[in-house]
Design a protein around this ligand. Structure first.
Ligand code: FMN
Length: 395
């Protein structure tokens, strides 16, 4: 296995040397790319000596000694030869350049040429980390399937305390190894994912819906695609992007889209939050404001998950439960009632609420009632943890 390690110019650069060593201990060949900024903190010689490989800095240096490639296209040829691209530490500046799609040095040009999974481990001062532009840039990267290893909370080199410190080296190395091992473990499989809320009309201008953002379902779709699956995503209204998405509005439309695409699926992951109720009738005209005490007469929508559970045909079926109380009890009841293989239980209220959050804390329960507690992690990491379980069940 061979990976490229991008090192950008932050104080945590010295930890990248340790990352190289730890990956080599696990038989991974590491090629280091440095930004100009990074060379202010650690010399290329350090990485050259540790990795035993040429260190890439300059796009324009041309054919060079130590390179495996003959010519001026190292950034393209190297990009095609690696199994994973890790950037650690990733500075605010580097993250911005990656998000903007710049190609103004070796590392950023290389990033555009890479087809392998990309993992970014940011490290910066807490105020920088919390800055809206940094968070927006990270969101952009996540939307393109880049995985983020969030920094940890701790004492910073700049003598402040808070989130922004590079994730522990061991965690980064474990993450990379897990990703390398499972990089194509869904190859040849079809995974059907649902995401987002649904909408039910009240009248021509009003509707009822819920607070689901779709982030969890989209994260699962990206992760499954990165692992080699053919993914079909059925999504209610969200602002998120995924290449193969069937957009729906109502619970009934979601049901139809799911049923049309489920036949040859190996696994169905229902991360959507379709409405359980809809108005019995939709008013033909806008309901006037003067209507006193408007009462909506609601009827249940079809339970898509339960319907799928009744015709599983060997598929792995994963459901989600957003609970506000008695999470485990209600989750287990749902798993049994709907004949699921796994259920992922989130909190739908309080500080831990999964709704519209980039982080998720969940419990996964299997058919035997065994629980796996997943502490607060990004939805991308959560997606891979859920897929790990799906892969086990598919074996
Ligand atoms: C002493 C020092 C420490 C720095 N540490 C960080 C850091 O941890 N994270 C960060 O995003 N920027 C940090 N910076 C700012 C970056 O070095 C700066 O944005 C630079 O342009 C990054 O260049 P690069 O993208 O080429 O790596 C630091 C700057 C200095 C002078």
């Amino acid at each position: 296995m061979k990976i490229a390690l991008g090192v950008s110019g932050g104080i945590a650069c010295y930890k990248s040397a340790e990352i190289v060593r730890r990956l080599q201990d696990r038989a991974v060949d590491v090629v280091v790319l440095m930004t100009k900024g990074a060379t202010q903190f650690v010399t290329p010689l350090t990485f050259r000596a540790l990795s035993g490989n040429k260190v890439y800095l300059d796009l324009f240096e041309g054919p060079s000694s130590g390179s495996d490639f003959e010519g001026a296209f190292d950034h393209i040829l190297l990009a095609q030869s690696i199994h994973l691209f890790l950037i650690a530490p990733a500075t605010a500046d580097c993250i911005a350049r990656l998000a903007a799609g710049l190609a103004d040095d070796f590392l950023t040009t290389f990033h555009l040429a890479v087809a392998a999974p990309v993992v970014v481990a940011p490290a910066m001062n807490t105020r920088m980390w919390e800055h809206a532009s940094v968070q927006e840039n990270l969101k952009t990267l996540v939307g393109r399937g880049v995985r983020i290893i969030d920094p940890e909370v701790g004492q910073m080199a700049c003598r402040t305390y808070g989130p922004g410190r590079l994730a522990p080296v061991e965690e980064i190395v474990d993450y990379v190894m897990a990703l390398l091992q499972r990089s194509r473990d869904l190859e040849g499989r079809k995974v059907l994912v649902t995401a987002g809320p649904t909408i039910e009309d009240i009248d021509p201008v009003r509707y009822i819906s819920n607070r689901s953002s779709g982030k969890m379902g989209f994260a699962i779709a990206h992760a499954a695609r990165n692992r080699g699956a053919q993914v079909v995503l059925v999504s209610g209204p969200t602002e998120l992007d995924f290449p193969n998405t069937i957009r729906v509005r109502t619970t009934d439309e979601m049901r139809r889209a799911v049923l049309q695409n489920v036949a040859d699926a190996d696994a169905v992951i229902k991360a959507a939050a379709p409405l359980d109720f809809r108005p019995k009738s939709v008013a033909a005209q806008k309901i006037k404001k003067k209507t006193a005490n408007l009462v909506l007469d609601l009827e249940p929508t079809v339970d898509i998950l339960k319907e799928l559970g009744g015709h599983k045909n060997g598929k792995v079926l994963v459901g989600f439960a957003a609970e506000t109380e008695n999470h485990l009890k209600h989750g287990l009841e749902k798993l049994k009632a709907k004949n699921l293989d796994l259920i992922v239980i989130n909190s739908a209220s309080g500080p831990d609420s999964a709704f519209d959050s980039d982080m998720n804390h969940a419990t996964i329960i299997d058919k035997s009632g065994k629980t796996e507690e997943i502490p607060s992690v990004s939805k991308e990491i959560m997606a891979d943890k859920i897929l790990d379980r799906v892969v086990q069940l598919l074996k």
